[in-house]
Design a protein around this ligand. Structure first.
Ligand code: FES
Length: 125
């Protein structure tokens, strides 16, 4: 039911944890199942995501998509990172079963929230 990439990111999640002194924090919950995710980002002077980590209390698909979204976001500008859709995350994992597509919301929404948080802290820029 799951692709090799999903299993790999689920069993060996990348960037798990929390960045030190984050510039932005995003926390999201999935209303369909109650799973939660927290994502922290470190942003450099050129508004690029220098580091990004996640903590997800959720199903395997949520962990795999969280892991994948951190890999996709790292090194991107905030604008580029904001454009990462849940569909793109699922595709990068070789697809998710239809009944698990909602799990990829957490990853892309969490990242967007962390970017929003960064922006709200740097409104003067
Ligand atoms: Fe909750 Fe997958 S079942 S995120």
């Amino acid at each position: 039911m799951y692709t090799e990439q999903v299993m790999d990111h689920f069993q060996n999640p990348r960037n798990m944890g929390e960045v030190e002194k984050p510039d932005g924090v995003g926390e999201v919950g999935n209303p369909q199942c109650g799973d939660v995710m927290r994502i922290t980002i470190k942003v450099d002077d050129d508004e690029r995501i220098e580091d990004v980590k996640f903590k997800t209390l959720g199903c395997g698909a949520a962990i795999a998509t969280s892991s994948m979204v951190t890999e996709m976001a790292k090194g991107k500008t905030l604008q580029e990172a904001e454009e990462i859709t849940k569909k793109a995350v699922a595709e990068a994992l070789g697809g998710l079963p239809p009944q698990k597509m909602h799990c990829s919301n957490l990853a892309s929404d969490g990242l967007k929230k962390a970017i929003e948080d960064y922006r709200s802290r740097h409104k003067d820029k």
